[in-house]
Each structure stands twice: as C-alpha cells, then as structure tokens.
Design a protein around this ligand. Structure first.
Ligand code: GLN
Length: 294
C-alpha cells in the first residue's frame, strides 16, 4: 500500500467542466493511462449523472459538497488507489459489479475464461462451480448467459461472499454464493464445469508493488510455490467434484501455462489447451475430465 499522500491544489472555478479539466491534468501528470476518461468517470459517480449530462452541463456549478468529494477522489486516484475501489464498482462482461478492497478487481483478461466456458459442449442445466469467486464476476457472467445453469461461487473471504451476493442481486441473477476454502465446504456434489481465477502471483513478484495491485488483498493475488500452490490444490482435488466429461478451466500467470498443463496431464485430463489474453499472453489453461482414456 502506498501511504505517501500528496494533496493537489483545488481549482478556483467551481464548474463541472473546469473540475474535469483540472482532474485530467492531475491524472496526466500522474501518468494515468486514460486521464480524461477517469476524470469524467469520477465526476459521473460524484454527481450521479450520465456522460451526456457532463458534456451538456459543463458550465453548471458543483455544490461545495460535490466539489469537496470530487477532489478528495482525485487526490486518492492521484495517490494510486484503483478507480474501481474509489467509485465502488467496475464493468465486467456486460455487468456492473460492486467492488471493494475485500477482493480483486475483475480484469478484462478473465473474460477469456468466460468466453471459453461459454463455448464448451455442456448441458443446458449444467452445474458450474467458480472457485475464489471474489466479486462473483465469472459466476455471474456465466449465469447471465445461461440462466439454466446452476452456478455456485465460493470464496474463503466472507466479505467477498457478501459482495458477490450483492452483485447477484444488483444484476438480478441467480447464483449461489458461499464461504469455502476451495472445496472444503462443498458436499460431494459433481459439477459439469469448474472455473477459477485463483491467486497466482509469486510472493516476491515486483509486480505486487505496482499499480492497482498495491491496494488489492494479497489473499486474492499471492500464492506459494512460485505462484502455483493454489492452482495445484485445485487440480489435485477437482476430479472428485467433476462429472465424467466435465471441464476445468483455470486462469494463471503468463509463465505458468506449461506447469498447469503438466499438472492436468498427470491427472489424466484430455483436450488440454491454453488460451491467450488480450495481450497475447498465455492466461487460461483447461482440460476435460474423462474417466475413459481415448
Ligand atoms: N491477473 C492478475 C494480475 O496479474 C492477478 C490475478 C490473480 O492472481 N488471480 O494483475
């Protein structure tokens, strides 16, 4: 966590447009990727209005409370706090999901896993398990595309389970969320599909000290054995919870694909494959659980 707080000078003019302009400059100085986009996003949340409103009412004055709130947020963002934690939500798939510091902010890379899951030859009433569900992003995207699927999401962090339930309610989706340390609290159910975006960052990775990761909980990011401990736990146990011909898809670090493939091979999965993320990096590996070798 970066605790060095820097206070930025607030602008004299009180209009929406001027505040956005000032924030954009501040974010530009902080080398934030999309400064104007983020400044407008903060304003939208601050005054609870649409983007179109910001443009058409750019000369409107902010109340002093709105002004104060906006520049508090600008300062937090300037100091590196993720925008999803400041505004309390983010987009994933076609859903708006509440976010908080109990869990990881959903990434667009994970949509690769969702796309793959949706393309699998599964029954219309498939039962699906999302391990380490966090905000519920994967579970809820699948539930939104396949209302007939019975989707369960588990997380060891109770606050994440509460958050995922709020996200189901917000998006009017049917999914069950419960607290469980991986498979520990599950009865002996069988699933047609198990998906997971587990913690997979190595303990000493310099990446943990950069960007949004500084603010995200280590429980959701870091795993022992060079980032592979939790992935191994999942692969070691998944077969007991998969139907014959059920699928296991796991997100992982871009250098972990071969290790994950070899763990799946050892467990006699078939059709093992790795898919790349939007930056062409290996990101998701999966396979099919077949009792009968082909
Ligand atoms: N994909 C995330 C990142 O590299 C890490 C997520 C995870 O550990 N599950 O920022």
């Amino acid at each position: 966590m970066n605790n060095a707080k820097t206070q930025y000078v607030e602008p004299s003019s009180n209009s929406i447009g001027h505040a956005i302009e000032t924030a954009t400059k501040v974010f530009n100085d902080a080398k934030i990727d999309n400064p104007a986009f983020e400044a407008k996003l903060l304003m939208q949340h601050c005054i609870d209005e649409s983007l179109a409103f910001l443009i058409s009412h750019s000369a409107d004055a902010l109340s002093s409370a709105q002004h104060e709130q906006f520049f508090q947020w600008v300062n937090r963002r300037y100091n590196g706090e993720p925008i999803a934690y400041i505004v309390g939500e983010t987009g994933f798939w076609d859903l708006n999901l509440y976010c908080n510091s109990s869990t990881l902010i959903p990434r667009s890379d994970t949509e690769i896993l969702v796309e793959w899951a949706l393309s699998l030859p599964l029954p219309n009433d498939a039962s699906v398990l999302d391990l380490g569900t966090g905000t519920g992003a994967i579970a809820l995207s699948l539930a939104s595309q396949h209302p007939g699927w019975m989707v369960t999401g588990v997380d060891v962090v109770m606050d994440a389970v509460v958050l995922a339930k709020r996200n189901a309610e917000r998006n009017q989706l049917d999914a069950t969320f419960l607290q469980s340390d991986w498979f520990a609290s599950l009865q002996h159910q069988k699933f047609d599909l198990i998906v997971s975006n587990p913690p997979y960052v190595e303990e000493n990775s310099p990446y943990l000290h950069k960007g949004d990761l500084r603010y995200e909980p280590q429980t959701a990011l870091v795993s022992g054995q060079c980032g592979l401990a939790d992935i191994r736990t999942i692969i070691d146990n998944a077969k007991d919870y998969l139907t014959n011909n059920g699928w296991l898809l796991i997100e992982h670090g871009h250098k972990q694909a071969l290790m994950v493939q070899s763990e799946l091979k050892q467990k006699q999965y078939i059709q093992i494959e790795t898919r790349k993320d939007l930056n062409s990096l290996d990101r998701v590996t999966g396979g099919c659980n077949s009792f009968f070798r082909r």
